[in-house]
Design a protein around this ligand. Structure first.
Ligand SMILES: *[C@@H]1O[C@H](CO)[C@@H](O)[C@H](O)[C@H]1NC(C)=O
Ligand SMILES: *[C@@H]1O[C@H](CO)[C@@H](O)[C@H](O)[C@H]1NC(C)=O
Ligand SMILES: *[C@@H]1O[C@H](CO)[C@@H](O)[C@H](O)[C@H]1NC(C)=O
Ligand SMILES: *[C@@H]1O[C@H](CO)[C@@H](O)[C@H](O)[C@H]1NC(C)=O
Ligand SMILES: *[C@@H]1O[C@H](CO)[C@@H](O)[C@H](O)[C@H]1NC(C)=O
Ligand SMILES: *[C@@H]1O[C@H](CO)[C@@H](O)[C@H](O)[C@H]1NC(C)=O
Length: 291
């Protein structure tokens, strides 16, 4: 019986030693791994990282920190000289893994930490699926089809909420993937909908604004395909009216010029016409003289 208990204790100790304390941290943040004990002046500490147990910090008379494998810890480590706790600043995914503190004082103690680093979540984007609009099915006439999407995410869940109740969700465990989740709402729907992206430690939410996104299909048609047509119509109309104005102006000038040449009054507009006429006069005059 005693042997069983001893073995159980050893196994338990071993498991603690393997898994230790789980720590979740967001990319770019700092994390402190606490040794939870006051260290004495003559205690020795070593901090080891990864399966290869690389030495990254120690107190052996003096406190020192190291850059670690591939210098990934360069300028990122701080060792507390009161507690021996280790702080990692501006953490990235390459700092995820196992950390072990070995303290040699009156007795040898060890503590391990399993550090998980989560990427910062992007804000989900809600868009109208306008391809549903071009189909003339009855649902596209009554309902607005929306899609919530995110790109480059891993180990996340994307969900649609109506108020506080979950409508649908999709989860992914791979790294770097794009996700999209559809939603159908009626145009007059007054409920509040939101699209939420979350991982174990954080979330990002985008609220749906139906009035902003769900125009009727005809409005969408004008916006997406009708706009060039609208321009053509407008430009033609403008060109047409210009032509009419120009015609009227030419007609008026012509009429005015005829009037002015008859009355022989000085008008700048009619000068060329008058000149031609006055040039002709001497010519005819000369011709008449010669004959
Ligand atoms: C501990 O660190 C503080 C500031 O970081 C320093 O002032 C102090 O001298 C250090 N003590 C020892 C024993 O190294
Ligand atoms: C944090 O680390 C990233 C990647 O190593 C680096 O580009 C960035 O400048 C660092 N930020 C700070 C505040 O040190
Ligand atoms: C938009 O709707 C069409 C037709 O139902 C569908 O084939 C397409 O996958 C949808 N697009 C997105 C991004 O969900
Ligand atoms: C429109 O969407 C609602 C959910 O918002 C759904 O219950 C209904 O069946 C849809 N109508 C059509 C015609 O697809
Ligand atoms: C998102 O995170 C906040 C705290 O940051 C929390 O209060 C909220 O309940 C979370 N929302 C969801 C849907 O997980
Ligand atoms: C929704 O969008 C409309 C039009 O852009 C805006 O006037 C309204 O304030 C928005 N509503 C909310 C709750 O943001």
């Amino acid at each position: 019986m005693f042997h069983v208990i001893v073995m159980f204790c050893l196994c338990w100790w071993h498991l603690i030693g393997v898994f230790g304390e789980s720590v979740s941290v967001m990319e770019g943040d700092s994390v402190t791994l606490h040794t939870e004990s006051q260290i004495h002046e003559d205690d020795d500490i070593v901090w080891l990282f990864g399966v290869k147990q690389s030495l990254i910090a120690k107190k052996w008379l003096i406190f020192s920190t190291y850059e670690g494998p591939d210098e990934i810890f360069r300028d990122r480590l701080k060792l507390d000289n009161q507690t021996g706790s280790l702080t990692i600043t501006n953490i990235t995914t390459q700092h995820a893994g196992l950390y072990e503190a070995k303290i040699r004082g009156a007795k040898l103690t060890s503590k391990t930490f399993s550090v998980s680093v989560y990427a910062r979540l992007p804000v989900p984007v809600i868009t109208r699926n306008s391809s549903q609009c071009s189909s003339s099915s009855s649902s596209s006439q009554q309902n607005c089809s929306l899609v919530c999407s995110v790109v480059n995410v891993g180990h996340v869940t994307l969900s649609w909420y109506k108020g506080n109740s979950l409508l649908s969700s999709i989860s992914v465990s791979d790294l770097s993937i794009s996700l999209s989740l559809p939603l159908e709402v009626e145009y007059q729907d007054k409920n509040s909908y939101s699209c939420v992206l979350n991982n174990h430690i954080s979330n990002q939410t985008t609220h749906l604004n139906i009035t902003e996104l769900c125009h009727t299909c005809s409005e969408l048609f004008i916006r997406d395909q009708g706009l060039p047509l609208l321009y053509i119509v407008l430009i033609s109309a403008a060109a047409g009216s210009l032509l009419i104005v120009a015609t009227i102006m030419i007609f008026c000038i012509y009429k005015k010029c005829r009037k002015t040449t008859e009355t022989r009054s000085d008008s700048a507009l009619c000068k060329p016409a008058r000149k031609m006429k006055s040039k002709k006069d001497p010519l005819y005059g000369n011709l008449a003289k010669k004959q």
